[in-house]
Write a protein that binds this ligand. Sequence first.
Ligand SMILES: N[C@@H](CCC(=O)N[C@@H](CS)C(=O)NCC(=O)O)C(=O)O
Length: 235
Amino acid sequence: MKYELYYWPEIQGRGEYVRLALEEAGATYVDVARGPRGTSAMMKMMDGRGGTPPFAPPFLKAGKLVIGQTANILLYLGVRHGLAPKTEAGQLWVHQLQLTITDFVVEIHDTHHPLGPSLYYEDQKPPAKKRTADFWSERVPKYLGYFEQLLTDHGDAYVTGRKLTYVDLSLFQIVDGLRYAFPKRMKAFETDIPGLVGLHDRVAARPNIKAYLASDRRIAFNEQGIFRRYRELDD
Ligand SMILES: N[C@@H](CCC(=O)N[C@@H](CS)C(=O)NCC(=O)O)C(=O)O
């Protein structure tokens, strides 16, 4: 199966959770929008009448299937590529965890766009500062504390135990992204989440992920994506 991934070409964004799964699986895929006329091909797929057009990227074309929503794509890939448990209960559990990560990603985005995604950051700086303060005092400890607790309770290398799942890849991305966007705040917070820091390092050291991170397929973090480094929000 040669997959087609459709996502904005200049950013890691939500597409990155899918890229990490495809890379870890050693799957063959094309990052369509990064190729010639790729973005217009992506827009055309979303225009599709009568089929199952996705609302927004990322989406994945797998043979005749077109699958949208990050967690839904990972549910599909996880089962097929050994990145999810074999039992139904296990698959629902990691899907549930991924949906929780999806919620967290929205809140990360809302630190710099609390009033809405269509407005410029420059037009919502004071609310962004307020939202970021709450994000770090309440929401980061709650979300990351939850995942840290899961790691502690299982006392194993990965969230569900000895075997890596796509949720571990996504948590790697969360730690990596928060380090990029909020270097000072994250440095201070990391002493509270030693399990997640260890998980981040274990994922980064996996051969396929290590090769991916060193390749030009990994787009650098930048101020168009979900994780943005605005100095004034890191104080
Ligand atoms: N819940 C969706 C959110 C998808 C999403 O918000 N995609 C963004 C890029 S990261 C987008 O292009 N949205 C267009 C829009 O909301 O109008 C997911 O997790 O995949």
